[in-house]
Design a protein. Structure first.
Length: 210
């Protein structure tokens, strides 16, 4: 049984661990910088700093909920409400991304942020008020147990409905997630390929009408 509650900073270490490990092989966050570091250890260190910055920047604007099971954080859900303002450069700058900028340079940092924005273009073109599932992370040790599906069916959908929402959107850059979202009631809106730092990244946009 997973119980969801609003995130507070007392859970930060646990949440960051789940967040980082869940996306360790995610193409947008890992693949675009692969080959730019002398060792896997350097790449891993960079990736962890990047993910911490992304998490802290995102929750400055969007709502974060944590799923707790047997006293530990097992899932993280970050949602952008229709009224939320977009996460911008300043949010990243004050969320620990200064070291990232120094490591890869301002140009590549902006290029990466531009790529991140491109993944949301289709979603942002949808005219109806939408609740956007920005991140769904499940502790790798607890995956393949239905926790991700329950997060959508038992938590996210009821949350959106109770607040008068009737549309949920989500994007993914990982092909293995496509069937997961379709099986949980989402409809594929668009499949595309994006380019960043000479890397091709798949991008799938979904919507669910409630």
């Amino acid at each position: 049984m997973v119980e969801y509650k609003r995130y507070d900073k007392s859970y930060e270490d646990e949440v960051l661990k789940v967040f980082i490990e869940s996306f360790v092989n995610y193409p947008l966050f890992w693949g675009v910088f692969e080959g730019r570091f002398k060792s896997g250890k350097e790449l891993r260190s960079f990736y962890e700093r990047l993910m911490k910055g992304i998490f802290r920047a995102t929750i400055r604007k969007d709502d974060c909920y944590i799923g707790i099971s047997d006293g530990k954080v097992t899932a993280v859900v970050i949602i952008e409400k229709p009224s939320d303002k977009p996460v911008g450069f300043w949010d990243y700058a004050v969320s620990g991304m200064a070291g990232i900028i120094a490591r890869i340079g301002l140009r590549d940092t902006l290029r990466f942020m531009e790529m991140s924005d491109k993944t949301e273009i289709v979603v942002k073109s949808i005219p109806e008020p939408r609740w956007h599932l920005y991140f769904l992370a499940v502790d790798p040790k607890d995956q393949k147990q239905g926790i991700g599906s329950e997060a959508i069916q038992g938590f996210l959908i009821p949350l959106v409905k109770s607040n008068g929402g009737n549309l949920i959107t989500v994007t993914t850059n990982s092909e293995k997630n496509v069937d997961f979202y379709i099986n949980n009631g989402f409809t594929l809106v668009k499949e595309e390929t994006l380019e960043c730092n000479e890397k091709s990244i798949g991008n799938w946009t979904f919507r669910m009408n409630l």
